[in-house]
Design a protein around this ligand. Structure first.
Ligand SMILES: Nc1ncnc2c1ncn2[C@@H]1O[C@H](COP(=O)(O)OP(=O)(O)OP(=O)(O)O)[C@@H](O)[C@H]1O
Ligand code: SF4
Ligand SMILES: [Mg+2]
Length: 366
């Protein structure tokens, strides 16, 4: 990747304390990634792999009391260059023994105050986010146009209401809302999920963010609407070109919109690189987990040839009990006799096996 990174995450760990189990859920456990200017990075992985918690960690929205975040989240835009986690170390003390977290002392009030201070002028301005359920993010009883207008006045230099209103109209048209001038006055309450998602996208982009985080933007919409939203996002990618982190468990959505892709499992990245290499069925050198994910895409061919829909066997990793070896070991069908001992006992690191393509798997390290 040539362009300078807008976002550079180093060794991010986000843990939650489970009182019931008296142990830490390691939702994000050592993630490194970067997104270059204008790039769309797709993050894909099964449910519970840590995709949303990665996004919430960037936004400073990890729920207070038990949430502990360590590592670096470097944001570099035209206006800002900072590690979003820099000052948080002062509010948390972690006692570790042989790499395991034994105890955490956290000043929750100080932590939250500091997060809010750091994220001021960033959340909604430099980094905008769209979610799976736009109806929850919008106020149901305030016209969408009015909500976008107010967001523009808060997050951009446009303060005059009439100018902000014109800008909101522009964005409603840009996201291909039918009759934008009429829709401006509609409450989300009476609009379809697809229209609300268009309004959310308009609101997110209207602040001209340096980074857009889209967490499952098409999930929950019906199939036809889903494909229309994917078309819209593809269109905006070429016309607006905002740097984007796109999270989805739907490989087809990731394939259609991403330049690079990160495959997450059990809180960490198992593979990272250009979408054309990682998600192409023809490219053979890939992580066994990615191969299994690709196999599990509901394709007519699979159902026709095998008579069933293949899901990845076994259960998603419980990140309270991370194994010593490869996180995918208990579900992997590619382990050979030669590497079995390593797969079982030593976690592979993320290594580059070809230009820009990295993965964690002993199969490729011989
Ligand atoms: N506030 C929390 N407290 C405790 N555990 C949490 C919390 N939020 C998330 N987790 C756990 O962290 C793990 C990762 O969750 P996350 O929501 O990031 O998964 P995901 O990859 O986004 O999955 P999905 O595709 O279902 O959205 C899960 O095991 C989840 O149960
Ligand atoms: S390291 Fe071993 S267990 Fe893990 S994915 Fe590779 S072959 Fe499978
Ligand atoms: Mg999620």
């Amino acid at each position: 990747m040539n362009s300078r990174p807008v976002l550079k995450i180093e060794n991010l760990r986000t843990f939650f304390y489970s009182k019931g189990k008296r142990a830490f859920v390691r939702s994000v456990d050592g993630v490194n990634l970067r997104i270059g200017k204008g790039e769309t990075l797709g993050i894909v992985g099964e449910s519970g792999s840590g995709k949303s918690v990665t996004a919430l960690s960037i936004m400073g929205l990890v729920p207070g009391e038990p949430g502990v975040i360590i590592g670096k989240i470097g944001l570099k835009t035209d206006n800002i260059q900072k590690n979003l986690l820099q000052d948080l170390r002062d509010y948390v003390k972690i006692n570790m023994s042989t790499g395991r977290i034994m105890e955490v002392y956290k000043d929750n009030v100080g932590w939250q105050k500091n997060v809010d201070r750091v994220m001021q002028g960033i959340r909604g301005t430099e980094i905008a986010m769209i979610f799976q359920n736009p109806k929850l993010a919008l106020n149901p009883f305030i016209p969408i146009g009015k909500q976008i207008t107010e967001s523009i006045r808060i997050n951009t230099p446009i303060k005059k209401r009439s100018q902000a209103r014109e800008r909101a109209m522009y964005w409603l048209a840009k996201v291909k809302m039918d009759s934008p001038r009429l829709r401006y006055y509609n409450n989300p309450y009476g609009l379809s999920g697809g229209m609300c998602q268009r309004a959310m996208i308009a609101m997110a982009l209207s602040s001209d963010p340096s980074l857009l985080i889209a967490d499952e933007p098409t999930t929950g919409l019906d199939a036809t609407i889903q494909s229309k939203i994917v078309d819209l996002l593809a269109d905006l990618k070429s016309s607006v070109g905002v740097t984007t982190m796109l999270i989805s468990h739907d490989i087809n959505v990731i394939k259609a919109l991403s330049d690079n892709v990160a495959v997450m499992y059990g809180g960490t990245l198992l593979e990272h690189g250009p979408v054309g290499i990682i998600l192409s069925a023809e490219h053979q050198a890939k992580h066994p987990y990615t191969a299994a994910l690709l196999e599990s895409i509901p394709r007519e061919k699979h159902i026709r040839e095998k008579g069933y829909l293949q899901a990845i066997k076994g259960d998603v990793l419980d990140t309270i009990n991370i194994p010593l070896g490869c996180r995918f070991y208990s579900r992997c069908d590619k382990v050979t006799e030669k590497i079995q001992e390593k797969c079982d006992n030593h976690e592979p690191d993320l290594r580059e096996i070809s230009s820009g393509h990295s993965l964690r798997c002993w199969l490729y390290y011989e």
